[in-house]
Each structure stands twice: as structure tokens, then as C-alpha cells.
Design a protein around this ligand. Structure first.
Ligand code: SAM
Length: 240
């Protein structure tokens, strides 16, 4: 796949301009000059063949040659609400969730959360989404919401048909909750913090109609549980 660059403003004319880290990469790493070719995407679902027309210290201008709709999204919308782990593991989770095709991440504030998410960190994670999308070919960015308190978030989910919260020994698990037939779209998944959801947090979700899901006898780290549950759900829908 050719080198891909993300353009913040939707491309609707014959030219585009790159600034910030995207321009920096093209200028200083790729040593772009007039005529250098690149592929652009702008979060509208299309990608654009383009060639560089002008380079200065911090911006690159490009001529758009062709616009092509290229859909590399999952066939179902999966939203993952997760009590994010710290540091590198947080970035790793966001990168892999982007690659897997998740639609949206909701960073959760929970009783036992170790890394209560702040808006500044969320901004950095949005950059991780762009980097992962460049690499994996997604033309739509996975959204990262502003952090939400678990009870407040649960209260907004009443109308979502499929809601699964991963909890060891998911005593409320519905029979076959991961079969495609029993999971109308969109699908909302939740993963707790390293210390787990409290009994009260689980009770709030179950009372609101969520199903708990047990992922097996081993206790998984947050990012492992998030990717396992997302993959199981995505797999149940493959080809549908
Ligand atoms: N001691 C905690 C507990 O009992 O909940 C372990 C928390 S685990 C490190 C972090 C999160 O990953 C959990 O809140 C849950 O959402 C998910 N998780 C990890 N292993 C799981 C399993 N075997 N079954 C279901 N969920 C699991």
C-alpha cells in the first residue's frame, strides 16, 4: 500500500494541503519534492491519489488526481466502552482496536480505574488512531469519545439492541450471547479496569438490560479482554 497521509479538512476540490505531523513526515522523512506521489484520506470514506506540487518548511500542497471510494470498514458497528489501562498498553489497545475496525471507543471512568482518562490523553490517542489508520488502510477514523462515568454511560444505552459487559463468571450471561443471531446491531461492548467492575457497577448494567459475558477461566488484562471480545463479536458477523 502506498504511503498514506491524513488530511484534517475534507477534500472537496482539486488541491489539498498537509500541515502538522503529516506534513512533517512527508517533508522530513520521505524527502518529498514536486512530483512525489502520495495517497490521502480525509475520514469521509474515500482515498485520493495525489502528487506534490509545492513544499515549504511546514506545509505540503498536493494536486488531487483521483478520488476513489474504498470501504475497509467492518460490516457491523462495534462500540467499545473500556476503562483504559495505562501508558503503552493504552496506545496498544487503541492501535489494535483501530486495525480491527471498531467504530468508537468510550473511555470509562470506573470505581477501580487506574488511569482515569483526561481530555488531553484522549487527544493523544486520536493521533494513535490516525497513525493506525494510515497503516491499515482505513478511510474512516475510529472515534474516541470524551470520557464518561460508567453509570452515566449505561443510562444512555437503553436503546442499543446488543450490550455485553465482560465480567469473570458472568452469572447473568444469556445463552449463546456471542452468536450472530442473538446480537442485533449495533453492538456495544464494555471492559472493566484492572481491578474489575465493582458488584454495584455490574448491577447497574444488568438492571439496565446489559448481559454479562464470561471470557473463560483465565483473568485477562484489559486490552486482551477488549480485543478478544471484539474479535469474537466481529467474527460472529463475518460474511453477514
Ligand atoms: N479481578 C478483576 C475481576 O475479577 O473483575 C479482574 C479484572 S480484568 C484484569 C479487567 C477486565 O477485563 C474485567 O473487568 C473484565 O471486563 C475483563 N475480563 C478479564 N478477564 C475476563 C474473563 N475471564 N471473563 C470476562 N471478563 C474478563
Amino acid at each position: 500500500m502506498a504511503d498514506r497521509y491524513f488530511v484534517e479538512t475534507p477534500i472537496d476540490g482539486p488541491t489539498a494541503r498537509l500541515t502538522g505531523p503529516e506534513a512533517h513526515h512527508l517533508i522530513h522523512v520521505m524527502r518529498a519534492k514536486p512530483g512525489t506521489r502520495a495517497v490521502l484520506f480525509d475520514d469521509t470514506g474515500a482515498e485520493f491519489a495525489a502528487s506534490v506540487t509545492r513544499v515549504d518548511r511546514a506545509t505540503v500542497e498536493l494536486q488531487i488526481e483521483q478520488r476513489t471510494e474504498v470501504d475497509r470498514e467492518l460490516s457491523l458497528e462495534i462500540v467499545l466502552a473500556v476503562a483504559l489501562p495505562k501508558g503503552d498498553r493504552q496506545r496498544w489497545l487503541i492501535e489494535k482496536a483501530t486495525e480491527l475496525g471498531l467504530s468508537r471507543i468510550v473511555p470509562l471512568k470506573t470505581e477501580r480505574g487506574v488511569a482515569q482518562p483526561v481530555e488531553q490523553a484522549v487527544k493523544r490517542l486520536r493521533r494513535t488512531v490516525i497513525e493506525a489508520s494510515k497503516q491499515c488502510g482505513r478511510n474512516r477514523l475510529m472515534q474516541i469519545d470524551t470520557p464518561a462515568d460508567w453509570p452515566d454511560f449505561v443510562a444512555t444505552t437503553q436503546d442499543v439492541p446488543s450490550r455485553l459487559v465482560a465480567h469473570p463468571n458472568g452469572y447473568h450471561a444469556a445463552p449463546g450471547p456471542l452468536s450472530a443471531a442473538s446480537l442485533p446491531r449495533p453492538v456495544l461492548l464494555a471492559i472493566g479496569p484492572e481491578g474489575g467492575f465493582t458488584d454495584e457497577e455490574i448491577a447497574i448494567a444488568v438492571t439496565a438490560g446489559w448481559h454479562t459475558v464470561d471470557l473463560g477461566p483465565r483473568i485477562l488484562r484489559v486490552e486482551t479482554a477488549a480485543l478478544l471480545l471484539s474479535t469474537l463479536v466481529a467474527h460472529a458477523h463475518l460474511g453477514k
